[in-house]
Design a protein around this ligand. Structure first.
Ligand SMILES: *[C@@H]1O[C@H](CO)[C@@H](O)[C@H](O)[C@H]1NC(C)=O
Ligand SMILES: *[C@@H]1O[C@H](CO)[C@@H](O)[C@H](O)[C@H]1NC(C)=O
Ligand SMILES: [Zn+2]
Length: 481
């Protein structure tokens, strides 16, 4: 029995890629629960009628694409953090919570993105958090601590990375880490000006809506590489972003995805002397719906719904893109679950009225006189709680964020079991067109450890992660913050 078990386990370790796509897209909805998808699906269905007592539920596009489950534990904890999980998904190795692109004892681990770059592929990172946050950082930097944010930003654009530039497109938040301390909005404690460095190294830079629009969804003549950061911190939650004035509105994850896809597709076909891709290779693109996780830490059901909905929008766009570009394959999996989200007796219709996240309302509150009348006139309606009871109002005045979160979640029958991450398996989705799609399903149906995901992509693209690891280790460890 023991041997049989071992063989079964061993064969599960080796998901052999029988597909040979030109391009691979990896999508990570950070912290998304299996229940998050149920919530989004039933919410949208009920906007079209039906009730919890008489449900009429329509499947979402990604509901057709689950392949299996992914195990997420890290090397030193049953409950992973985003750094260890990102390292597993990017590098194919377990590490300790907090570590990025290094083993538990601080030795560098090459990533699938770096391996793709070394082999001549184009590469891109598109996220809604700061660009140097754990998940994108795991694909593009190496640090014993995820908190070394200024140093991670340096590595991501090749300022202090042994392989120099590995990322052709970076889109997300985190502007403040790229500005020298002399700038009042900087998050650095030194004079390094990473925007100036990037520009000098040939990156085009976008820092606002008008420069993003100038990229014309990737159809413009703007060449790679480019760096687009649209908030000093994380990008806004989708629910808040939609309310921003058009001229200053941050790009959505869908818009950034569209821009990256168009740019990569154009650059891939570029054959001139000025082109970055002369090897007729494709691209590796990692997209992260980063802030699903933040909404779950905050138990903000409204922000959670809209960021998970936007992840679904991106996935639908990708499925359509792949149908039109059948040389492209995609996998998507959450790095872990956050919040212990469950739906015991819920009614998603109650999430229809909020127009802002708790994060946004907290900043409004902090700038106000914090009076009960302001709470009742402005805050409560914006979070769908116009008819709040006296007990709810007192709870919110006592603890603003938790009070709002608990009131809405309780009314909607949505339950959170932790303020942190949980250990449950996450859903593995995947899509490719035609025969490649059938083969992807045959290859990846089942249960996988998170470390197996990049190994599959590695085989599919025919690149070599371990060779990058050897190259990085040849430089010692002095460069690893
Ligand atoms: C990185 O850039 C340095 C300085 O220009 C150069 O000496 C080195 O060979 C480059 N490394 C790689 C891997 O391209
Ligand atoms: C947007 O950024 C560009 C390029 O840095 C700058 O010229 C322009 O003034 C900015 N627009 C706004 C509205 O801040
Ligand atoms: Zn995470």
């Amino acid at each position: 029995m023991r041997t049989e078990f071992f063989l079964l386990w061993a064969s599960a370790q080796a998901a052999v890629a029988a597909i040979r796509p030109k391009n691979f897209i990896m999508v990570i909805p950070d912290g998304m629960a299996p229940a998050s998808q149920t919530l989004v699906r039933t919410y949208l269905s009920m906007l079209n009628g039906g009730s919890p007592e008489a449900p009429a539920i329509n499947a979402m596009p990604i509901d057709e694409t689950p392949l299996g489950n992914t195990r997420t534990h890290s090397s030193n904890n049953l409950i992973t953090d985003s750094a260890a999980a990102g390292t597993a998904l990017a590098c194919g190795f377990k590490t300790n919570n907090g570590a990025l692109g290094v083993t538990p004892d601080g030795q560098a681990l090459g990533s699938i993105l770096e391996a793709a770059k070394q082999d001549g592929y184009l590469t891109a990172l598109v996220v809604t958090s700061i660009i140097n946050h754990a998940t994108p950082a795991a694909y593009s930097s190496h640090s014993v601590s995820r908190n070394a944010l200024p140093q991670i930003a340096e590595q991501q654009i090749g300022y202090s990375h042994p392989l120099n530039q590995s990322v052709d497109i970076l889109l997300g938040g985190g502007r403040c880490y790229f500005k020298p301390q002399s700038d009042s909005t900087s998050c650095r404690e030194d004079d390094i000006d990473l925007f100036a460095y990037a520009k000098d190294k040939g990156y085009s830079i976008a820092q606002n809506r008008s420069s993003f629009d100038a990229l014309s969804s990737g159809r413009s003549r703007i060449t790679l590489p480019y760096l687009g950061l649209f908030n000093d911190n994380d990008l806004s939650y989708e629910i808040d972003r939609q309310q921003q004035p058009q001229a200053e509105r941050e790009p959505s994850l869908s818009e950034m995805t569209e821009t990256a896809l168009q740019s990569l597709d154009r650059a891939r076909q570029c054959r001139g002397r000025h082109c970055r891709n002369r090897n007729d290779k494709g691209y590796f693109l990692m997209i992260e719906a980063s802030r699903i996780d933040h909404s779950s830490h905050a138990h903000d059901a409204a922000a959670h719904l809209h960021d998970t909905l936007e992840y679904n929008n991106v996935m639908e766009k990708l499925i359509n893109w792949i149908d039109a570009h059948p040389d492209t394959a995609m996998l998507s999996v959450a790095d872990h679950e956050t919040g212990g989200l469950t739906l015991p007796g819920y009614d998603p219709r109650l999430l229809q009225t909020p127009t802002h996240s708790i994060e946004y309302l907290s900043s409004q509150w902090d700038e106000s006189d914090k009076s009960e009348s302001y709470l009742r006139s402005d805050i409560l309606p914006a979070y769908g709680l116009s008819d709040a009871s006296d007990a709810e109002v007192q709870a919110i005045l006592g603890d603003f964020s938790a009070g709002l979160a608990d009131a809405l979640s309780e009314r909607a029958g949505i339950s959170w079991s932790t303020g942190g991450h949980s250990g449950v398996d996450t859903t593995l989705y995947g899509y490719a067109a035609g025969r490649t799609g059938e083969q992807l399903k045959a290859d990846m149906a089942g249960g996988f450890d998170n470390t197996e995901i990049p190994r599959y992509i590695e085989q599919a693209l025919g690149v070599n992660i371990d060779r990058v690891t050897r190259e990085l280790r040849a430089k010692g460890t002095g460069w690893i913050p």
